[in-house]
Design a binder for this molecule. Structure first.
Ligand SMILES: *[C@@H]1O[C@H](CO)[C@@H](O)[C@H](O)[C@H]1NC(C)=O
Ligand SMILES: *[C@@H]1O[C@H](CO)[C@@H](O)[C@H](O)[C@H]1NC(C)=O
Ligand SMILES: *[C@@H]1O[C@H](CO)[C@@H](O)[C@H](O)[C@H]1NC(C)=O
Ligand SMILES: *[C@@H]1O[C@H](CO)[C@@H](O)[C@H](O)[C@H]1NC(C)=O
Length: 461
């Protein structure tokens, strides 16, 4: 019955563009004055520029979060095979910052406050005591709890994806301000996952000897367990953008006990079945990857080093014909995640457009795995193995946000995914969005989709 409903709604979405109207009025929290933050951001960009070269790569997620007046914590997740991944936390929104400072207040508080403070301290003690136990579910009355949510970016991306939009449209900030304890994850090789106990990503080819399976069964579970330790919670909420969603499905099917550690999974732009993909980069790799010589010439040997020809054929030329802002047409980030969008806010993603090092954040094996998924039309494991990830083992409740006919994940491929994921609860497709990147950087995306995203993350199934 559920499956039929999903299929029906999917068919509807394909036919008429089913769209959940946004209702941002429903939330009464005041919005922050917008000019101010934007100004801060401009200043930051200039600051980078003043270092001699105009290199936006110097955007650092910690600094950016702090620039906007939020707290940021930097934790390191070390995997069993030696990768050290930054796990960035925004522990609270700006509004309740004062409250928390009060809780952690020094002992030299004024007389009038002391009584109240004492009560608060007691509460705090109680809270600490209670949450030290295994299950903290029942203690929800002690303090306003901030449910931990892990945001995982897509291929070649980083935690930057969720903060570049600033407090008004960056998902990480919006979630922090709506009461979530926000964690931004990293995978090996990505901008904040380039450290290793023994290997150097710039010198050791062995550092790049991984594909998405390694991220799914090593990086992700380690990250989730780390968050559970930090927050002393028993479960997290998870949101994955594109590859960040694929990794979750892979993990949950291979290590089913992790289904129980995640209360709700939100897919922001699916990626799994690629048999009917229209992404030119993936198609180019799919069609040529069986030639070893081609792979070495056009992708490289360890870390991705795309040839000019690959960039041209893999979307660069097509992009030049269709897109006004040519600056994104030679950039692997957009060639993989999508470039054709009428809504893309090129101001908020400018640091990514300007980032010349973006290609060097993905392994050749990872790219080949995408090509292989496109070749086989299957969601297979072991890099280029013959076994499928068993999606009926993915039992975590899933709410999926989709954009109509994304180039990477076409509607028919998404339909197959929706039909096969056991935990699938709700499917929301936006006809006015044409690209999964819109879900991060689309103009007004906060108004269009984020209230629904927040509602999904708040729901319990
Ligand atoms: C987080 O801390 C590690 C270890 O000190 C450091 O190498 C890394 O650059 C930091 N990450 C960010 C985003 O600042
Ligand atoms: C996939 O998982 C389901 C549920 O655990 C199981 O019944 C089924 O046999 C599995 N399929 C394969 C091919 O292993
Ligand atoms: C997806 O589901 C369909 C119908 O339920 C089934 O025939 C197909 O084998 C499944 N595909 C995968 C890859 O699990
Ligand atoms: C585009 O992004 C910038 C910076 O985040 C923001 O100030 C601006 O309002 C956005 N434009 C639209 C139309 O959403």
């Amino acid at each position: 019955m559920l499956r039929q409903c999903l299929v029906l709604s999917l068919v509807l979405s394909v036919a008429v563009g089913y769209h959940v109207p946004y209702q941002h009025q429903q939330y009464e929290e005041p919005r922050y004055p917008q000019q101010q933050h934007h100004q801060q951001y401009q200043q930051f960009a200039q600051y980078s520029a003043s270092n001699g070269k105009y290199d936006y790569d110097e955007v650092n997620v910690m600094e950016l979060i702090q620039q906007y007046g939020y707290e940021a914590e930097n934790h390191t997740v070390q995997t069993t095979d030696g990768y050290k991944l930054d796990l960035i936390r925004i522990p609270r929104g700006r509004q309740d910052k004062r409250v928390d400072q009060y809780y952690q207040g020094s002992s030299e508080s004024s007389e009038e406050q002391s009584q109240q403070q004492q009560q608060q301290q007691q509460k705090k003690q109680q809270y600490k005591h209670n949450s030290a136990g295994q299950s903290s579910e029942s203690n929800s009355n002690e303090l306003p709890r901030r449910p931990p949510v892990l945001l995982m970016p897509g291929i070649i991306s980083s935690a930057d994806d969720f903060v570049l939009g600033g407090p008004e449209s960056g998902l990480a900030f919006i979630l922090a301000d709506r009461g979530f304890d926000v964690f931004l994850g990293s995978v090996r090789g990505s901008k904040y996952g380039r450290k290793h106990t023994t290997l150097d990503p710039d010198r050791d080819g062995l550092f790049w000897n991984f594909c998405m399976d390694d991220m799914a069964i090593k990086d992700l579970p380690e990250t989730i367990d780390r968050i559970l330790v930090i927050t002393r919670e028993s479960r997290i909420r998870y949101l994955g953008h594109m590859q960040g969603a694929a990794l979750f499905y892979a993990m949950a099917s291979e290590m089913p006990r992790y289904n129980d550690k995640v209360r709700i999974m939100v897919t922001l732009g699916p990626l799994a079945f690629l048999g009917r993909t229209n992404n030119l980069m993936v198609k180019e790799i799919r069609d040529n990857m069986d030639s070893k010589g081609w792979v070495v010439r056009h992708l490289g040997t360890h870390v991705l080093k795309p040839s000019e020809e690959l960039i041209s054929k893999g979307g660069g030329d097509d992009c030049s014909r269709r897109v006004d802002d040519q600056s994104l047409c030679r950039n692997m980030y957009f060639l993989l995640n999508g470039y054709e969008s009428k809504l893309l806010n090129t101001t908020s993603c400018k640091p990514i457009i300007e980032d010349t090092r973006v290609s060097g954040r993905v392994s050749v094996k990872e790219m080949l795995q995408l090509g292989y998924w496109a070749q086989t039309g299957r969601f297979t494991k072991h890099c280029r193995g013959t076994d499928d990830y068993n999606l009926s083992k993915v039992t975590t409740p899933i709410v999926m946000f989709n954009t109509h006919d994304d180039m990477m994940s076409t509607d028919m491929d998404v339909k197959e995914l929706v039909e096969n994921l056991s935990g699938m609860k709700r499917f929301i497709s936006y006809a006015e969005l044409t690209n999964n990147l819109d879900l991060l950087f689309g103009n007004r995306i906060d108004e269009i989709a984020y209230d629904s995203v927040i509602r999904a993350l708040s729901e319990m199934y």
